[in-house]
Design a protein around this ligand. Structure first.
Ligand code: GLN
Length: 486
């Protein structure tokens, strides 16, 4: 059962091949057997999962099953879950049991899905390797010496290892697409505002967006339909109807205009990754698409602008962790200031502290215009680059990451880690949707093809990804890790 896609599992449940309880039990057993080594879950909610599975089976027996009823999945531990620890990968929230559900959690439960638990992640979603987690690094099922990518590394590794058929992630600068690429799965970052952020622990509010991670684009379409939509509790969510994202999956790609951003194929791109990406693009040509080069001239400013804006928003968002209302509190504070200082010093890890310091500095009087305001102006130019490109082409394609997954412990300085995000970060600054699909391997480690579209073009992106997956089988490959007899 563990090697089936969400769509296949839905069909098998509908046909009565097995029950949601049987499926859930088998995946829980797999998690039990394999996750000690992988570390992709922070919390496994076995009892709640079995209850939800039984409810789903009863709903089905009563003729009330929807398309997602009884399907198991996992949630990045950034989504608030009522009665369940929501740690955000941080010591600060290690003892935090959320009193409410995030909107997407509520929606998935209402759709009848079965959450198996909360997945590991970089602390407060800050990172590209999942090495910043308070709960230890996650390993990449394709090669246990490699990172799974970050910050949604637990979600990506769990799907790749067949512990769950799908998971939710969040993407502030690449955290759905890059781990999806590193783990050989499909991950979609929706348009900013498409999916409610209510109950999603905030990192950088103008960039954060939740989205699906699964084996196939078809599965992502199914999940996106369940989580997207306007939410009165998130004023940045967009009041716009939610289409059935599966409707356009089969549309022909004949005449599709693909743009290849020159800046995404330059220095720093590993030649083997480039070769895999170009081969994928050749597949599109064989499907009737045309390809031309385009330019996104402000690309090199994306990382500097992001690393001003994201830490600024983070320093503001993370000021709520003061040791008073919730989260970690130090022992025996001498006074209020001591309580703040030591609770925060003990609760936050190194990378989070670094970003709070950067953000506090750039927002301070005298530096605001030079850094924050300037970065916002650059952000506007980056967005315009994409809008201009989409005048001429339907989608943009390129690598999701300059290299395949790197070794655990390989990147020691923060800047070399930040440079990992060179092809993903501008997308968040522009607010457009993007996805990564499996497109090959380099020395046994997966490569992701990134596909970008204009605001709210999710249906088109999923269609473009789905047609590729009908023509290739990269997304069907599975790691040796976790094979019954391996
Ligand atoms: N790697 C980027 C960062 O560290 C992006 C993380 C994310 O998308 N959450 O901020």
């Amino acid at each position: 059962m563990h090697d089936k896609t969400l769509t296949e599992l839905a069909a098998a449940l509908a046909a009565g091949e097995f029950s949601s309880r049987e499926l859930t039990e088998s995946l829980l057993a797999r998690i039990d057997r394999l996750d000690g080594e992988l570390n992709s879950f922070i919390t496994v909610t076995a009892d709640a999962a079995l209850e939800a599975a039984d409810r789903a089976d009863r709903a089905r027996a009563a003729g009330k099953a929807g398309p997602l009823t009884g399907l198991p999945l996992a949630l990045k531990d950034i989504f608030c879950t009522q009665g369940v620890r929501t740690s955000c990968g941080s010591r600060m929230l290690d003892n935090f049991v959320s009193p409410y559900d995030a909107t997407v959690v509520e929606k998935l439960a209402a759709a009848g899905t079965v959450s198996l638990g909360k997945t590991n992640m970089d602390e407060f979603a800050m990172g590209s390797s999942n090495e910043n987690s308070h709960y230890g690094p996650v390993k990449n099922p394709w090669d246990l010496a490699a990172v799974p990518g970050g910050s949604s590394g637990g979600s990506a590794a769990a799907v790749a290892a067949g512990l769950v058929p799908a998971a939710l992630g969040t993407d502030t600068g690449g955290s759905i697409r890059q781990p999806a690429a590193f783990c050989g799965i499909t991950g979609l970052k929706p348009t900013y505002g498409r999916v409610s952020r209510y109950g999603m622990v905030a990192y950088a509010s103008s960039l954060d967006q939740g989205g699906p991670m699964a084996r196939t684009a078809e599965d992502c379409a199914l999940l996106l339909g369940a989580i997207a939509g306007h939410d009165l509790r998130d004023s940045t969510s967009v009041a716009r109807g939610v289409p059935d994202y599966r409707e356009e999956l089969e549309a022909s790609l004949s005449g599709l205009k693909i743009g290849l951003p020159r800046e995404y194929f330059g220095d720093g791109l590993a030649p083997e990754v480039e070769a895999a990406v170009r081969e994928a693009i050749a597949v599109y040509e064989s499907l009737g698409a045309s390809v031309r080069e385009v330019s996104l001239p402000h690309t090199e400013l994306a990382i500097p602008a992001y690393y001003v804006i994201a830490p600024a928003e983070a320093s503001s968002n993370l000021s709520r962790y003061d040791g008073v209302r919730f989260g970690h509190r130090c022992e025996n504070p001498t006074d209020l200031v001591d309580l703040y200082k030591r609770s925060r010093a003990e609760g936050f890890g190194e990378e989070v502290k670094r970003r709070i310091l950067i953000g506090t500095h750039t927002l301070s009087e005298g530096f605001f215009d030079a850094y924050y305001k300037k970065a916002q102006q650059v952000r506007r130019l980056i967005r315009q680059d994409f809008l201009d490109a989409f005048e001429d082409v339907d989608v943009l394609m390129g690598p999701a990451s300059p290299t395949p997954a790197f070794d655990l412990g390989a990147k020691k300085d923060p800047v070399s880690m930040y440079l990992q995000d060179i092809y993903t970060i501008a997308i968040n600054l522009a607010g457009i949707p993007g996805l990564s699909v499996p497109a090959g391997f380099v020395d046994g480690r997966p490569v992701g093809l990134q596909i970008l579209g204009p605001h709210f073009a999710e249906s088109r992106l999923l269609n473009v990804a789905h047609r590729f997956q009908q023509a290739t089988d990269w997304h069907r490959r599975q790691p040796a890790f976790g094979k019954e007899n391996a």
